[in-house]
Each structure stands twice: as structure tokens, then as C-alpha cells.
Design a protein around this ligand. Structure first.
Ligand code: 13P
Length: 250
């Protein structure tokens, strides 16, 4: 019903040469059918070099950020159409690192989502709570609130293009992954929120990825959960061997 989607977020790693090498190694070891989708999100500088290697393969290209305007005097920003031009199918929006270090707000995430979708990109919208928020028992209202804010004004028909990534901030880059049961509980809460917004059929069709210290040794248990439809992988996506094992989850 939902095709699982495994995406590698390379963050601010890899030169052009390193990116090309990593993609070649991934393609060399990849053995998947159309039962799952695989995406790599290199830094902007490597997109153009990586794109030709992916044409005709089962790996799609994504970017890690985008600006919400179509063009203009916005020094240092990248427009949605530019990402389409360079062959991107997906774009990560509202990653916690962008919210934390670059001041991205829920409203900004919503603007980016609309702009990305209008350009034909599929947004991967990130949500997640901090450790203090979880400890205070606020994780669920915080996360479902982020989902509602990000999706403001997005119609049911457009939800087919949207992927949601639940990434608890305390699990990112820490090795401290959410337990499969805790992740599943939050994914279910997100899906219930989607059902309130769009009805059950749409909610059942939207893919919700888990992110935060996804590794070869925990991917199988995570993917066994009914509402976990994929993974957004940081550190373990930087090496072909570990990312391939994750992509080939059982
Ligand atoms: P890690 O897999 O390194 O914890 O990063 C997760 C992440 O932020 C993916 O977007």
C-alpha cells in the first residue's frame, strides 16, 4: 500500500569527487525491486555531478533545503525550479538543524513546502521534539502541532507528494535512537493527525519516515513497525556499506 522510502541525508559532507564515488559504490551494491524507494540527498554542490549517474537507476535525487521564492535577489538561496532543473525529485524541508541553527519557523517550513510542491518537487517534511520537550511529556502535541503548521493550506490531493519524517532531535547523531515502540507511537499520532486533517484514506497513504541514529543494526526492527514507512538516514548514509544494509532492510 505505502511504498517504503529510505533516504540518505548527507548533510554538509562530501566533495564532488567523494559524492560521485559514494554513488558509484551504492549503485554497485544495490539490489532492490520496486517494493521500496531509495533517495540520496547530497549537498547542493554535488547535485549536478551525481545526477547523470542516477538516471535510469532506482535511486532518486533529493536536496537538503530550498527557498520559497521562484527567483530574485536572494543571495545564497536556491529556488525550487533550480532543484528540478538539476534533476531533484525530493527536497528535505524543515530539518531540525535548519530550525535550530538557521532560525527556520513553522511558518517558513510551510512556505517552503508550498513552493516546493508548486515546482513539482516532493517535500520530505521534518518534525521532531527536543529532549526537554520529551521529558516534559510534550512530545506528541509538539510534533503533531509541527505537522499541522507545516501542512497549513495543503490540499488532500497534494498530500500524495508529501513525505513526513519524524526525527526526534535527541536521537540525531547521538546513537541514542528511539525505541521501535516509541517511534511507532509517534508515527501513529502523526497519522491520526493526518486523518483529522484529510480523512482516513489520505492518512493511510502518506509515508512517514523515522530519522535519528538509524543504523544497520536497528533498521529491521524499526521497519517492522506498522506505521514506520522508511528512514531518513544521516551518518550511516555516508558510507556505501552501511547505507546499503539499511536500504536492504528485511
Ligand atoms: P543521524 O542518522 O546521523 O542520526 O541523522 C539523522 C538525520 O538528521 C537525518 O536527517
Amino acid at each position: 500500500m505505502r511504498t517504503p522510502i529510505i533516504a540518505g541525508n548527507w548533510k554538509m559532507y562530501k566533495t564532488v569527487g567523494e559524492a560521485v564515488e559514494l554513488v558509484k559504490a551504492l549503485l554497485g551494491g544495490l539490489n532492490v525491486g520496486n517494493d521500496r524507494e531509495v533517495v540520496v540527498c547530497p549537498p547542493f554542490t554535488a547535485l549536478y555531478a551525481v545526477r547523470p549517474l542516477l538516471v535510469g537507476t532506482s535511486v532518486a535525487l533529493g536536496a537538503q533545503n530550498v527557498y520559497h521564492e521562484r527567483e530574485g535577489a536572494y543571495t545564497g538561496e536556491i529556488a525550487p525550479g533550480m532543484l528540478v532543473d538539476v534533476g531533484c525529485k525530493y527536497v528535505i524541508i524543515g530539518h531540525s538543524e535548519r530550525r535550530q541553527y538557521f532560525g527556520e519557523s513553522d511558518a517558513g517550513v510551510n512556505r517552503k513546502l508550498h513552493a516546493a510542491r508548486a515546482a513539482g518537487l516532493r517535500p520530505i517534511v521534518c518534525v521532531g521534539e527536543s529532549k526537554p520537550q520529551r521529558d516534559a511529556g510534550e512530545a506528541e502535541p509538539i510534533v503533531t502541532g509541527q505537522v499541522r503548521a507545516a501542512l497549513e493550506g495543503v490540499s488532500a490531493e497534494h498530500m500524495a507528494d508529501v513525505v513526513i519524517a519524524y526525527e526526534p532531535i535527541w536521537a540525531i547523531g547521538t546513537g541514542d535512537t528511539a525505541t521501535p515502540a516509541d517511534a511507532q507511537a509517534m508515527h501513529l499520532a502523526i497519522r491520526r493527525t493526518l486523518a483529522e486533517l484529510y480523512g482516513d484514506a489520505v492518512a493511510q497513504a502518506v509515508r512517514i519516515q523515522y530519522g535519528g541514529s538509524v543504523k544497520p543494526d536497528n533498521i529491521d526492527d524499526l521497519m517492522a513497525q506498522p506505521d514506520i514507512d522508511g528512514a531518513l538516514v544521516g551518518g550511516a548514509s555516508l558510507k556505501a556499506e552501511s547505507f546499503l544494509r539499511i536500504v536492504h532492510y528485511r
